[in-house]
Design a protein around this ligand. Structure first.
Ligand code: PBG
Length: 325
């Protein structure tokens, strides 16, 4: 039936009616809050490239985890900043590295908060690439073995979920095998399955001091113009043992999230990355838009596209808004 019998505005007439018919509801249960851990003691300093985000030393991360937990957010995602870098990124699997210490300090304060760790080498290598360099190129197979060591060291420190973000082929199965062989069959893997070589990682690379010293990441991260290959990447990671698959960035890749939702039955995470975050923050700071409705709209869109889990620097703000309403 068409107009005048059908009037779609009837269902928009009041807040109550709009709430009744609303299909997508953001929940604090959807959120993961990223944290940046820096070696040292009693260190808490604002990150210049990322509004409202802090570098925290492992001893202070526990307190922050407590605040996150009190807001009802179920999980944090940890990134480490190396205090010393070398070609192999060896601090990444040091049992006393910043992330490993942070996991222990969070678990001591809030044992129920889910601790997810980023498994990658770019913050730890002196060349800034996500893997080992051989003949001027990022070497796939030797990198997988190192990533397995990194993931294992996180599991040994108490991580619940490891999240490989390097985009090596076969990385997930190398990690699954290393975890299983060492008695960590219950530690889950959230793979950055479809991670694109994006311009939106800029603020993060400043925050994590992880920009590549030469070249770019286009030989391992996906070409932003290709969608079908993202489905292959996701299918392979599931086959290799990923429990949760991630699409990253989120906003410019809502079509990928949607397609993955139609095709795969496992939980899908989407990473609302640093550039997406700062784009909104900067526009709000310039008086061009309102911060709160903009962040809610973006995260609702990511969920509407099909994401079950949203990793976002807005997580604490969104959780406080949801609590108030
Ligand atoms: C590490 C990694 C990156 C991000 C998450 N893990 C940077 C990159 O791949 O260069 C980006 C996150 C963000 O921009 O918020 N490989």
């Amino acid at each position: 039936m068409a107009y005048p019998q059908t009037r779609l505005r009837r269902l928009r007439a009041s807040d109550g009616i709009r709430r009744l018919v609303r299909q997508t509801e953001l929940s604090v249960n959807d959120l993961v809050y990223p944290l940046f851990v820096k070696a040292g003691k009693a260190l808490s300093s604002p990150i210049p490239s990322m509004a409202d985000c802090m570098h925290l030393s492992p001893d202070l991360v526990g307190q922050e985890a407590k605040r996150v937990c009190e807001l009802g957010i179920p999980a944090v995602l940890l990134f480490g900043l190396a205090s010393k870098k070398d070609p192999a990124g060896s601090q990444a699997w040091d049992p006393d590295g910043p992330v490993q210490q942070a996991i222990r300090s969070i678990k001591a304060v809030t044992p129920d908060l889910v601790v997810i760790t980023d498994v990658c080498l770019c913050g730890y290598t002196d060349h800034g690439h996500c893997g080992l360099i051989k003949d001027g190129k990022v070497d796939n197979d030797s990198t997988c073995q190192v990533l397995a060591k990194v993931a294992l060291s996180h599991a040994q420190a108490g991580a619940d979920i490891v999240a490989p973000s390097d985009m090596m082929d076969g990385g997930v199965s190398a990690i699954r095998q290393a975890l299983d062989r060492n008695g960590f069959q219950d530690v889950a893997i959230m793979s950055y399955a479809a991670k694109f070589a994006s311009a939106f990682y800029g603020p993060f690379r400043d925050a994590a001091d992880s920009a590549p010293a030469f070249g770019d990441r286009k030989t391992y991260q996906m070409d932003p113009a290709s969608a079908d290959q993202a489905m292959v990447e996701i299918a392979l990671d599931i086959q290799e043992g990923a429990d949760i698959v991630m699409i990253k960035p989120a906003l410019p890749y809502l079509d990928i999230i949607y397609r993955a939702r139609q095709r795969f039955d496992c939980p899908i995470a989407a990473y609302n990355v640093s550039g997406e975050y700062m784009m909104i923050h900067s526009a709000a700071k310039a008086g061009l838009l309102e911060l709160e409705p903009a962040m809610l709209e973006v995260c609702t869109a990511i969920k509407r596209a099909g994401a079950d889990i949203i990793i976002t620097y807005f997580a604490k703000s969104i959780a406080s808004i949801i609590r108030k309403t």
